[in-house]
Design a protein around this ligand. Structure first.
Ligand code: SAH
Length: 352
């Protein structure tokens, strides 16, 4: 019998579950409060011992345990490796900003998108994460944040969120609910490589998350060289879906653009990008590429990043350069997991 993963259930579903076990409905609220704290059944002291044992037989409270925790000596960024029940591992990152703690969450084990610069996709996609696993990771990470708690979530870990649409939407509805972590949808960013049909669907969900789009190129020719998805969804279509998202949600779209030496980092590329984005309510986030040992792509140097940003700003494009956090702990997408798959780490269980 497969056990039910309780982390993915909202209060209503949890109520059905506990009443199905012959328990009074009010137990659901108690149970949910413990799940959100990242606790296992044995720690749920407000529940009768018999119920805790019953739950343990039929259900799972913690579908993702923190199996490695790396804390950056430079900026306090934490990179976690989570072990799932089937022993797959995925990454999560806690970033400490002045405006609060942001959790960067994975949505799939590996990724099928094949972007040339990304370590997450090196072994392909192994499977989707369930809403319960994503919530379980978030609860486990939140339990490591002391009293401040996670204030923002970015779906920018491994995987393509819009390639796991239903589970990601269920996760967003759950984690933003008052019974869960009550994280405002405006404090959640979903990053996509540009699956335009799903972007249009997302615009109609009535979930005002910030949409981030990994553009990384000013035209289709360059984009196709580094992002296979561009062969399916041309840039014009992606930008059209972005305009639709702005219209439907009233929220500006954020474009991510990693500057790669010799590929997309010239000033005429900035000019071309500005022309493509003209008139759109958007923001460009320039990312100095994180070198990935397995890939033959290098970061543009700091001066080029600055010059690129300045040119966009001159052309009235709202632009920032992303700070690099956690450089000393394999901060970039998929790097920690890729490293572990090559050289497994001696296990140290740090989950509560
Ligand atoms: N699949 C989604 C979300 C995951 S990746 C997407 O493509 O947006 C999160 C962001 O990190 C994306 O913008 C991705 O392009 C970027 N990224 C991946 N590898 C990187 C690297 N080596 N250096 C800098 N950014 C990288």
């Amino acid at each position: 019998m497969t056990k039910s993963c309780l982390c993915g259930m909202n209060l209503e579903q949890l109520t059905d579950f506990v009443t199905g076990l012959g328990q009074p409905a009010f137990r659901a609220r108690q149970l949910m409060a413990w799940l959100v704290k990242g606790m296992d059944f044995s720690q749920m002291h407000t529940l009768p011992a018999a119920l805790r044992e019953q739950l343990d037989r039929v259900a799972v409270a913690r579908p993702a345990l923190v199996s490695e925790r790396h804390v950056s000596a430079l900026d306090g960024t934490e990179k976690h490796l989570y072990r799932l029940l089937d022993n797959h591992t995925v990454e999560g990152v806690l970033m400490r900003y002045r405006h609060g703690i942001t959790f960067c969450l994975s949505t799939q084990v590996g990724c099928a998108m094949g972007c040339a610069f990304c370590a997450s996709t090196l072994g392909g996609k192994l499977r989707d994460l369930s809403a319960g696993e994503m919530a379980g990771m978030t609860y486990a990470a939140n339990a490591l944040c002391a009293d401040e708690g996670i204030g923002n979530i970015v779906l920018m870990g491994s995987g393509e969120p819009l390639d796991n649409y239903e589970q990601v939407i269920a996760f967003l509805r759950l984690i933003s609910s008052p019974d869960s972590l009550n994280i405002g949808l405006r404090h959640i960013s979903l990053s996509t490589c540009g699956l335009s049909e799903q972007m249009r669907r997302l615009a109609r969900e009535g979930l005002p998350v910030t949409l981030s789009v990994s553009l990384h190129a000013p035209n289709d020719e360059i984009r196709r060289r580094i992002m296979p998805v561009a062969r399916v969804y041309p840039m014009a279509e992606v930008l059209d879906a972005c305009r639709g998202y702005v219209r439907q949600t009233g929220r500006r779209v954020v474009f991510e653009y990693a500057l790669i030496a010799g590929i997309n980092n010239q000033l005429h590329h900035a000019q071309e990008l500005a022309a493509r984005l003209r008139g759109m309510q958007c923001h460009v986030n320039l990312i100095p590429l994180n070198d990935v040992a397995e890939r033959d792509l290098r970061a543009a140097d700091r001066g080029q990043v600055r010059a690129f940003a300045n040119r966009l700003a001159e052309l009235n494009v709202s632009v920032t350069v992303r700070r690099q956090l956690g450089d000393d702990i394999f901060g970039a997408c998929g790097q920690l997991r890729a490293q572990r798959l090559k050289a497994p780490f001696i296990e140290e269980e740090v989950g509560t």
